[in-house]
Design a protein around this ligand. Structure first.
Ligand SMILES: [Zn+2]
Length: 236
């Protein structure tokens, strides 16, 4: 795996080895569409990775199929399928017009991190990469948990940085700009860059979501920078 980590040698830096880490996503396929480089990096560092998906992605009635696709995708990404958990809550149904309650998400996260002794949470940022309201609500729920829950005191929250639509679809060519802008990030931010083999692995995970493989998904795989690189920022 090729990767770059800002200030890797600093002793005060958050360590990403042998930790219990929870990725929180909104829909099956978010894990490989957006977080592939992160998951593949973490999986190589002996971390115990959990995935909590807040909906079954049932907007088109394919939820039951998509649950299985998520597990297949996570398996390809090296995640133990016992650590992949999918919520099917009546108030957290898939859809851009459905408002997800931040406090409900926060309480679900609280139960999960307590049960599994999670140390680090990773999720979307306030723009949700694709601006999907469910992604944004997922971030707001995680932030609500960090700021309000008594169980969150030692838990670290990272968000996946959203870039402009122009940068989003120039694949590896966004790399120079990412490095130029890295000086504006702080000590505990991370940039993960996949090797070609990792890109192939993430692509394979994407193809396990057969129900979602419409023509433009293939273009996404080819052109999205999120198939190749991720920037994670610490949420204070
Ligand atoms: Zn999504």
């Amino acid at each position: 795996m090729i990767y770059y980590i800002i200030n890797n040698n600093n002793k005060n830096k958050v360590q990403l080895n042998e930790r219990k880490i929870l990725l929180i996503i909104s829909h099956p396929d978010d894990e490989c569409m957006f977080f592939g480089p992160t998951l593949l990096f973490l999986q190589n560092r002996k971390n115990q990775i959990h995935v909590l998906c807040l909906s079954i992605g049932n907007e088109s009635g394919l939820g039951e199929i998509r649950k299985n696709e998520l597990k297949s995708s996570c398996k390809i990404l090296g995640i133990d399928t016992e650590n992949v958990n999918i919520i099917d809550h009546s108030l957290l149904q898939d859809g851009p017009k459905i408002n997800w309650s931040h406090s409900l998400i926060s309480s679900i996260i609280s139960d999960y991190v307590t049960k599994h002794k999670i140390e680090i949470i990773i999720t979307f940022d306030e723009k949700g990469v694709s601006s999907h309201p469910n992604h944004i609500a997922t971030f707001n729920g995680a932030r609500h948990f960090i700021h309000s829950s008594t169980t969150s005191s030692n838990i670290i929250l990272y968000k996946l940085i959203t870039v402009s639509i122009l940068r989003k679809y120039i694949s590896i060519f966004d790399l120079p700009l990412t490095f130029i802008l890295k000086n504006q990030t702080n000590l505990n931010d991370f940039i993960f860059i996949s090797s070609f083999n990792n890109f192939i692995q993430a692509r394979k995970a994407m193809t396990s979501h057969q129900s979602q493989l419409v023509w433009f998904r293939h273009l996404y795989i080819l052109f999205s920078r999120y198939m190749i690189m991720n920037e994670l920022q610490l949420v204070n």
